[in-house]
Design a protein around this ligand. Structure first.
Ligand SMILES: O=P(O)(O)OC[C@@H](O)CO
Ligand SMILES: [Mg+2]
Length: 289
């Protein structure tokens, strides 16, 4: 995706921001990688970024199934046993989680300027508490936080559930998806955000026919598995509005192949490179650290 550095504007004005957490705000993806490399080494296998790219951002059991099946070890290690073994190692690592560069500055800046901010993460509460125990004050600046085991989150990313729940919990809803900016590090997360934008857009524009409102989420998810974005049309309904109005800024790990960047509206190498003016958000003051 284009990564403009000039004055070209995004699709602002943005009024609300939703942050992914692992790999975006917290430097925690390295812990998952480290532990998975240790487990695979026992089978004389190596963990590579093409597999990591498929796992990132997804619910634990979903990513576990991908791990054991794509590594070819599912006959020796079940997804459940992999999660149990990984858990004991992660429990020791998570409390040492550091912030990603630029995360604190951006969160404090948006909060100080009165821009409502939230977190939408695949992490479950027990992991969230461990990962954020050194960063409680910073996370207290969030208007709300939606976790992977929230009752409203039926399906993990790339399904839109966690972002739809996060968008709904801001005051003054329902929001126009065009005014929401999502920050993500993972391909599944960017896709989840775009899918949420489409669903919110259809609801916001009134296009979504009532018969679709009870559309089964896992059917929707089936389309997402292949990275396709579901577009359905009913004979009586007008064509859907142009999708993709919700904007997503991707801050991927440099080891992630750039072919995974295509769905993002902007790609940055670090949150330190984010320019709020590009999205019509209040500019940083020079003195901010
Ligand atoms: O949605 P995030 O915060 O990236 O969490 C993903 C986590 O489940 C590990 O990949
Ligand atoms: Mg992430």
């Amino acid at each position: 995706m284009v990564n403009p550095s000039g004055p070209v504007s995004g699709k602002g004005p943005i009024t609300h921001v939703i942050f992914d957490m692992d790999g975006l705000l917290l430097d925690t993806e390295k812990f998952y990688t480290e532990v998975q490399e240790i487990i695979l080494a026992r089978y004389n296998k190596t963990f590579d970024w093409s597999l990591k790219a498929k796992m990132m951002g997804r619910k634990a059991m979903e990513s576990a199934r991908i791990f054991v099946e794509e590594s070819g070890i599912s006959d020796s290690l079940s997804a459940e046993d992999f999660l149990a073994e990984r858990e004991s190692m992660l429990q020791k690592l998570f409390p040492t989680s550091d912030l990603m560069p630029g995360a604190s500055r951006l969160i404090r800046h948006l909060h100080a300027k009165g821009i409502p901010i939230a977190v939408a993460t695949g992490s479950h509460k027990r992991h969230f508490d461990l990962k954020t125990q050194r960063h409680g004050e910073l996370f207290s600046l969030m208007h709300h936080i939606v976790l992977g085991d929230d009752p409203e989150v039926k399906q993990g990313k790339p399904s839109p559930d966690v972002f739809l729940a996060a968008a709904r919990r801001f005051e003054g809803g329902p929001l126009d998806p065009q005014k929401i900016l999502v920050f993500e590090d993972a391909p599944a997360g960017v896709l989840a955000a775009k899918n949420a934008g489409i669903e919110m857009d259809w609801l916001h524009s009134g296009w979504l026919p009532s018969s679709l409102k009870d559309f089964e989420a896992d059917d929707f998810n089936d389309f997402n598995q292949g990275g396709l974005i579901l577009i359905v049309s009913f004979p009586s309904a007008p064509p859907p509005p142009p999708p993709m109005k919700l904007s997503a800024v991707m801050v991927p790990d440099p080891r992630l192949d750039s072919s995974h960047h295509d769905t993002a509206d902007q790609v940055l190498s670090s949150l330190l490179d984010f320019d709020p003016k590009f999205w019509d958000l209040p500019p940083f003051e020079d003195v901010e650290s």
